[in-house]
Design a protein around this ligand. Sequence first.
Ligand code: NAG
Ligand code: NAG
Ligand code: NAG
Ligand code: NAG
Ligand code: NAG
Length: 493
Amino acid sequence: MARNKMKVSLIMSLCLLLCLINIQQCHGGEGDVLLKLLETRQMKKRSANEVDEVAAKERHVNSALGSIIPQRGSKEDDKISELPGQPRGVNFDQYSGYVTVDADAGKALFYYFTESTQDPSNKPLVLWLNGGPGCSSFGNGGMAELGPFRVNNDGKTLSLNEFAWNNLANVLFLESPAGVGFSYSNRSSDYVTGDKQTSEDSYTFLINWMERFPEYKNKKFYIAGESYAGHYVPQLAQLILSHKKTDPNHVLNLQGIATGNAFIDIETQNRGSYDFYWSHALVSDEVHEGIVLNCNFSAPSLSDSCYEYKKQADFSRGDIYYYDIYAPLCGTPQNTSLPISGYDPCTSDYVDSYLNTAEVQEALHVRGITQEWVSCNSSIHASWQDSPDTVLPIFQELMQSGIRVWIYSGDTDYIVSVTTSRYAIDKIKTSIKKSWYPWYFEGEVGGYAVAYQNLTFVTVRGSGHFVPGYQPGRALTLFSSFISGTLPPEYHI
Ligand SMILES: *[C@@H]1O[C@H](CO)[C@@H](O)[C@H](O)[C@H]1NC(C)=O
Ligand SMILES: *[C@@H]1O[C@H](CO)[C@@H](O)[C@H](O)[C@H]1NC(C)=O
Ligand SMILES: *[C@@H]1O[C@H](CO)[C@@H](O)[C@H](O)[C@H]1NC(C)=O
Ligand SMILES: *[C@@H]1O[C@H](CO)[C@@H](O)[C@H](O)[C@H]1NC(C)=O
Ligand SMILES: *[C@@H]1O[C@H](CO)[C@@H](O)[C@H](O)[C@H]1NC(C)=O
């Protein structure tokens, strides 16, 4: 046993070393934070019940849930005249600013909103959420994935994203919870938070945002997000639907949700990850077999022998880019491996320098924060409280409610792999309406889709974790099908 422990610590220090050598792998990212969350939870061997108890004890009771709060901001003040380094040809309105969600605490959430490029009043409203927990929806989703701009490698100028989702919808990016991105609270205890508080604050945000943008009241509304937002998205949808039942003046016309490479169930997340490693030739047969034989991911805690094989699997995988197993790393001297989609893995560095520029923050109406902007706030994640092991029951409830429920997955991500999503869907036990078929984008297979009863599953071929970032054209096709309520195009065009 002692020898095993030594081996484990040797492996761990090697990992740390590799990590230090390679800046990219240490760079706080959405999946990075999610991995740490999963590790901590397994280490602490906390059961779901314990987590809920902690949450109930430490959470502030928010009696103001969903109420209208006096605001300092206004739509006129939030209008962005121009972002520094913005290219020519911007044909849509953009807004950003703060919505106070708790006046006593001084808690305000930051949003960035882009209206559609064409006919915004006839387009739906889409809320986008990134995960972590602790990652910024604006800096990640907005600036590196589906937003209208991408930050160039000078960290100062922007270029237009041809496949931005505001081609088809009005898109709202919310930095949530307080402490993430530009969002903050004047009461520091608010930074110890969890799923429940996050969905409540997001709900209060939406109700108050609607007062500032009343033209969006009752408009068709969708929520989409990725990674740990696999918790945020269904939880917020559930809260909205429960308020809709009791409030006759409800203004959120929720039509559907979509989650991508989403963490929704811890058992299938674990089991599926190691099966993905093996089926993608990242680990040996022996290590995979060791995991299959020694790990019971349904049990409240994992055995020592399971930990040992997990460590071996993580080590033998080597230092590859975990958001996309076939992409190059940021910072490698020569980039020899081809990024499948031409995505630059250093993108988050460019966003980082752009959003930490004083003129940029001024143009975005950032105020009240003194710290630098970070893509993912690790201290928010480190003190994260309630996080149920599974949100599949919420997915099932939403499926029965009649709203559209989509689960999509880029198939080269190993953080929340396509295998984990398939195992999770399998647990839902819904019947197939239209079986697995290839869908197309620009004459090529964009991925595969299955229509289940009240649930659609879509894969995106050759895409890592950040689907709209890695495969923007395929992602826009998927999004277009989602909001129009059709399946992704079946025929080779
Ligand atoms: C937080 O405190 C600062 C300084 O007192 C104040 O200007 C700001 O309005 C407060 N934020 C909120 C949301 O009340
Ligand atoms: C795995 O753990 C669950 C929950 O503790 C238990 O019901 C099940 O029998 C275990 N499976 C195996 C193969 O030991
Ligand atoms: C790969 O090389 C190109 C051209 O030299 C450079 O622009 C890009 O930033 C490099 N990408 C990575 C991942 O280092
Ligand atoms: C991150 O969260 C902590 C609280 O957990 C907060 O004090 C800090 O200002 C946040 N931002 C950064 C960049 O650390
Ligand atoms: C699908 O939705 C209908 C009603 O909206 C419901 O009766 C049925 O149970 C749902 N089926 C599943 C598998 O969610």
